[in-house]
Design a protein around this ligand. Structure first.
Ligand code: PLP
Length: 422
């Protein structure tokens, strides 16, 4: 195992630092679908980093676009009337790609900030429309919407909310895969109190759950019937991960807002944002004096925007959205073969280049650390997968080949065998 110095000062997110300080996994280099550790071993990046490296690593085209932008205009803000050509070009391009007509684009530095933006904007929208009592935000049990204030408050993974005191009020969760539960919640609260409903098209960090057939269409309809804003959190699902630009097109949806991040730059530089429909923009764009008093220093950062534009060029030129479609089945078949494995309880996936293998309850009862153990064993066999609660998740770069998908399968088998052997 690759280890960095023991006395690290780096506090890792979501990490038990008592454990991690003894043994870190130090990645020093990456190219294509491969990452390398400091001892020169290479690993197949079965997760595209944290679901972001859609075009793969080491693309000099993105590096050069960012460097060229830095030489011209390194950084400049877009508050008030300031703008820059790269941010303008990116907003135009994303608005063109978005499934809603006349979309507007609010840029952030990541997914969590996009969630805060969308949630605040939903509440402000209703205030501007003369319904300031419409503040309640509904989301799904198991949902993950990042760790900023709003994202923590509307997240559905309870352990991520514990110990932080009072979170943002006027939020609640509905059953994650049951559209009726959304209808009941809206009717119980009163539609005139509900600002928005947030949902990931394919639920990611909450265990990798593709939507039940008809679920997303049903919740979109319930929102429309009750005039509740529907916000699709496509931070994972965008930019080809489920075969479309913003994920939601796969189900024919036109949400009121879409949050995005990750694949928009394939992770080369930090970027996120919100696509808003014309309806949500209208009170702010068509009337004077109504300011959305929100935004971060690096919103519209030109270097980040240049990297995003180069990334979108690659996704288009190499037809990687179609590629994700083509690889969806081979990846799913590779994982489904483990459904009968003694260490496995359930295999999920088949919607996009995403999948998860959940361990069997008896394996987890016998060893609550079995997921971590399996993940490390798989890494020892040269493949990086992601531990997600009870499951091992995969979401490789969209440039992966079928034979490399086969390598994920082989390493997964070795890891599962190791867990089954105890
Ligand atoms: C669906 C979803 N929303 C929001 C976020 C938060 O994004 P970030 O980590 O860039 O703040 C994530 C991160 O994984 C995510 O998966």
């Amino acid at each position: 195992m690759s280890t960095a110095p023991r006395n690290t000062a780096l506090w890792h997110p979501f990490a038990d630092m008592f454990e991690v300080r003894q043994s870190q996994f130090c990645v020093t280099r990456a190219d294509g679908v491969w990452v390398h550790d400091q001892e020169g071993r290479r690993y197949l990046d079965g997760t595209a980093g944290l679901w972001y490296a859609n075009v793969g690593h080491g693309r000099t085209e993105i590096v050069e676009a960012a460097a060229a932008q830095m030489r011209t205009l390194d950084a400049y803000f877009v508050f008030n009337d300031f703008t820059n050509p790269a941010a303008e070009a990116l907003a135009d391009r994303l608005a063109q790609l978005a499934p809603m007509p006349d979309a507007k684009i609010f840029l952030t530095t990541g997914g969590g900030e996009a969630i805060d933006t969308a949630a605040k904007l939903a509440r402000q929208y209703w205030a501007q429309r003369g319904q300031p009592q419409r503040t309640h935000i509904l989301s799904r049990g198991n949902a993950y919407h990042g760790t900023n204030g709003m994202g923590t408050s509307i997240g559905g993974i309870e352990v991520n909310q514990a110990g932080f005191g009072q979170l943002v009020p006027d939020t609640s969760r509905v059953a994650f895969d049951d559209a009726d539960s959304l209808r009941e919640a809206i009717e119980r609260l009163g539609a005139d109190r509900v600002a928005a409903f947030f949902a990931e098209p394919v639920m990611g960090a909450g265990g990798l759950h593709p939507p039940r057939p008809g679920y997303l269409e049903a919740v979109a309809k319930i929102c429309a019937e009750h005039d509740v804003l529907f916000v699709a959190d496509s931070v994972i699902c965008g930019f080809g991960r489920v075969g479309t630009w913003f994920g939601v097109e796969r189900w024919g949806l036109q949400p009121d807002m879409i949050t995005f991040a990750k694949g928009v730059t394939s992770g080369y530089l930090p970027l996120g944002g919100v696509v808003t429909s014309a309806r949500v923009a209208e009170p702010f764009w068509e009337h004077p004096g109504r300011v959305f008093r929100h935004g971060a220093t690096y919103s519209g950062h030109p270097t980040v925007a240049a990297a995003a534009l180069a990334n979108l060029d690659i996704l288009e030129r190499e037809k990687l959205l179609q590629r994700a479609d083509e690889l969806e089945r081979p990846l799913h078949e590779t994982l489904v073969q483990f459904a009968d494995h003694p260490a496995v309880g359930e295999v999920r996936g088949g919607t996009g280049l995403l999948g998860a293998v959940e361990l069997a309850p008896e394996v987890l009862d016998a060893d609550p650390g079995a997921v971590g153990r399996a993940q490390r064993a798989i890494r020892e066999h040269g493949v990086i997968v992601r531990p997600l609660a009870k499951a091992l998740a995969v979401s490789p770069p969209l440039i992966i080949t079928e034979s490399e998908i086969g390598m994920i399968g082989e390493a997964m088998r070795a890891g599962l065998d190791a867990v089954a052997a105890g």
